[in-house]
Write a protein that binds this ligand. Structure first.
Ligand code: SAM
Length: 167
């Protein structure tokens, strides 16, 4: 995963141009509506990539925002933007599976990240880890892109409360 994204980090502007209309008109408004106000909230953007969402989330009034990604090149690109236009966001290079859970975040986001877990077990581990970063009552908001054609999809909706999923 790291190698894949290290390889494309320099071309993310090109990728964003292609997916921009979908992001701007569908994905971003949906995510922002789902998260609501972030006033005073500590936010972890898990799998932050170049920091597009990290910056958007911070601008919703987050008290502190941390972006984490396993790709050093993606984190470097995010830090470069932060340097050019500082918002006070911190970035860290780490695999989410190994990031020490602190249980302090009011919101954890995983935008287009969970589908990189390549087995059911890996997905379970990843979700478990992400929940462990939440403070009691905190929320995990994830976007998982569906690449199967619409007629082969089974609509599914998962609602889980962090407090019930803690070990
Ligand atoms: C499709 S990009 C999405 C980036 C960002 N969330 C966005 O929506 O612009 C997926 C990102 O997840 C990161 N990623 C995937 N698996 C990860 C893991 N186990 N730990 C940390 N980052 C991971 C990749 O390095 C990549 O930057």
């Amino acid at each position: 995963m790291t190698a894949q994204y290290d390889g494309v980090a320099g071309r993310m502007a090109e990728v964003e141009r292609v997916i921009g209309p979908y992001r701007d008109n569908v994905e971003i408004p949906t995510v922002l509506e789902a998260i609501g106000s972030l006033a005073g909230t500590a936010v972890l953007d898990a799998g932050c990539g170049t920091g597009i969402y990290t910056r958007l989330l911070h601008q919703q009034g987050a008290a502190q925002t941390l972006g984490v990604d396993s790709s050093p090149a993606m984190v470097a690109a995010a830090q470069e933007t932060e340097k050019r236009d500082p918002l006070g966001i911190k970035y860290k290079t780490a695999d989410l599976i190994h990031l020490e859970p602190r249980g302090v975040f009011g919101l954890v986001t995983a935008i287009s990240v969970l589908h990189y877990a390549d087995t059911k077990h890996a997905l379970h581990r990843m979700c478990h880890r992400l929940f462990a970063h939440l403070r009691p009552g905190g929320r995990l908001v994830a976007v998982v892109r569906q690449h199967r054609p619409a007629h082969r999809r089974r609509p599914r909706c998962f609602v889980r409360r962090p407090a019930q999923t803690r070990p």
